[in-house]
Design a protein around this ligand. Structure first.
Ligand code: G1P
Ligand code: ZN
Length: 545
């Protein structure tokens, strides 16, 4: 056991307001002296019983990951954390972190990632605390961390020499042991328990080609372990499979804009039967078929409707939940299954209590997030395997599966328009303008329909009764069409405005329209109401989903 010296370092005030998922800032900001350390100290102050407990620390491999882990180990030693578990090379996906926290009965985990934001010295970095249930810390705790970071005068650190993280091993420093483990095993074992990997592999080997895009981020090694090692597929079914500090210059957000190479392979060249991608830290997923893009809201509905295909859910599910801006496609399935469907604010942390109380088994967001009670995070590779399992059982293509789904439940035409990194003054002007118009909208016509609800969404957690206000402005029409407007809580440059549009078509109507066409009146009327094109000086949104 190495003796340790603890030193107290005085720090200046720093503004560290966390957003939708933890503290996310530019890499350069995080490189400033003490910036990371202050936030970690504030996190540790929020954790009762930290001394002697187990903590998981890992990240998505972006620039600054290893250096940050080393500093956190030094702070853990100073705080007498009992055991710090680190994955080899510091690489741990967000769902794998959630699993490890639960398996090791850890007090929590620290995830070093800015998720789908670009990495590298000119990109972003982030820190997120997950608590002992494996899920993101709820607002009560993140608020406390923020308050603490505002008044912090010093932090404790022990400048021990931290071992390299490229070999397995156990090291002791004072009262702390540092364990470097295999970050892939626990997660891939979990997937093996939920899915019938042999059945999926047989299906894929017959005549159903797969391409998975890891976007040079954390899921590359996991995908190789599962698809290549466990399922015996060829190595080249994983593209961009080597994690890189700057994601090879890619923007690791699996959508049609940023994963356009993959999208071209499936939608234009039609070279594969199935394509999927995950984001920087492995919690998001995009599903594509030959000539077919699956909207994430539809994906959640399909996943919910087909639990009987997946061994891990054969006994049924208790309920489902979706974030407010996610389309109501899953609600239609829940009605048929006669199970409850909850509507929560944006952000995975709001699913935690519902999952812990077993009120829901499956949940998802329109932002390419799908997950279940197997962990407390959305889970990209889980969603990919889930889709493959349904296709293997039904022996059909992605487009057959989705079209059959619409034929049974109707189609919720849906689209999200993002205006990224616009000046905050403009974003606030648009947002405040809509807010001020809400009282006059109600009872009047919008897009040819009577406005039923015009408000700012507020949520009361059914379990702890906590109230979260101002979670997005929504206009709901009499035919249940919806228009929603939110300001992003994860962007780091200027402000990002998100507009969401939804319109239901019953199974007797035309289900084959392009969503932008089906939603045109809603899109145009919102622009007339708020002058978004003019104020942003953008002909089109930066990203259309
Ligand atoms: C975005 C998504 C949201 C998701 C979050 C973290 O947050 O919209 O659904 O939970 O990223 O992945 P936003 O930038 O909209 O606040
Ligand atoms: Zn992510």
């Amino acid at each position: 056991m190495t003796e340790v010296n603890v030193i107290n370092i005085k720090v200046p005030f720093q503004d560290q307001k966390p957003g939708t998922s933890g503290l996310r800032k530019s890499t350069l900001r995080f490189q400033e002296e003490h910036y990371l350390e202050i936030f970690i100290e504030a996190i540790f102050k929020s954790l009762k019983d930290l001394q002697g407990s187990t903590l998981i620390v890992g990240g998505d491999g972006r620039y600054g990951n290893l250096e940050a882990i080393k500093k956190i180990i030094q702070i853990c030693v100073a705080h007498k954390v009992g055991k710090v578990i680190i994955p080899k090379n510091g690489l741990l996906s967000t769902p794998a972190t959630s699993n490890l926290i639960r398996k090791e009965e850890a007090i929590g985990g620290i995830i070093l990632s800015a998720s789908h934001n670009p990495g590298g010295i000119n990109g972003d970095f982030g820190v997120k605390l997950n608590i002992s249930n494996g899920g993101p810390a709820p607002e009560s705790i993140t608020n406390q961390i923020f308050q603490c970071s505002q008044s912090l005068k010093s932090y404790k650190i022990s400048k021990i020499k931290v071992p390299d993280l490229d070999k397995f091993g156990v090291f002791s420093f004072g009262l702390t042991s540092v364990e470097i483990i295999d970050g892939l095993k626990g997660y891939s074992d979990l997937m093996e328990n939920i899915f019938d990997l042999d059945q999926i592999s047989d299906f894929l080997k017959k005549d159903f080609s797969l391409i998975f895009d890891a976007m040079h981020a954390v899921t590359g090694p996991y995908a190789k372990k599962i698809f290549v090692e466990k399922m015996g597929l060829a190595n080249d079914c994983v593209m961009n499979g080597v994690p890189l500090e700057d994601f090879g210059g890619l923007h690791p957000d699996p959508n049609l804009t940023y994963a356009s190479n993959l999208a071209d392979l499936l939608l234009l060249q039609k070279s594969y039967s199935f394509g999927a991608a995950c984001d920087g830290d492995g919690d998001r997923n995009m599903i594509l078929g030959k000539g077919c893009f699956v909207n994430p809201s539809d994906s959640l509905a399909v996943v919910t409707a087909n639990t009987n295909c997946v061994p891990g859910y054969k006994d049924g599910i208790t309920g489902v939940a979706r974030s407010m801006p996610t389309s109501s496609a899953v609600d239609c399935v829940a009605t048929t299954l006669n199970i409850p469907c909850y509507e929560t604010p944006t952000g995975w942390k709001f699913f935690g209590n519902l999952l812990d109380s077993n009120l829901i088994t499956i949940c998802g967001e329109e932002s390419f997030g799908t997950g279940s009670s197997h962990v407390r995070e959305k889970d990209g590779l889980w969603a990919v395997l889930y889709w493959l399992q349904i296709l293997a059982v039904k022996n059909c293509s992605v487009s057959e599966l989705i079209q059959n789904h619409w034929r049974q439940y109707g189609r919720n035409y849906y689209s999200r328009h993002d205006y990224e990194a616009i000046p905050s003054t403009i974003a606030n002007e648009i947002f405040n303008n809509l807010t001020s118009k809400l009282p006059s909208l109600k009872g009047n016509k919008f897009a040819g329909n009577l406005v039923k609800v015009a408000d700012n969404f507020s949520y009361t957690d059914p379990v702890d009764k906590s109230i979260s206000k101002n979670q997005g402005v929504r206009i709901i029409l009499e035919d249940n069409s919806r228009v929603i407007l939110r300001l992003s809580g994860t962007g780091t440059k200027g402000s990002t405005l998100r507009l969401y549009f939804e319109k239901f078509a019953s199974s007797q109507e035309n289900l084959a329209l392009n969503p932008q066409v089906a939603l045109k009146t809603l899109i145009d009327d919102l622009d007339h109401l708020l002058n978004i094109t003019k104020l942003t000086k953008m002909e089109n949104p930066s990203v259309i989903t």
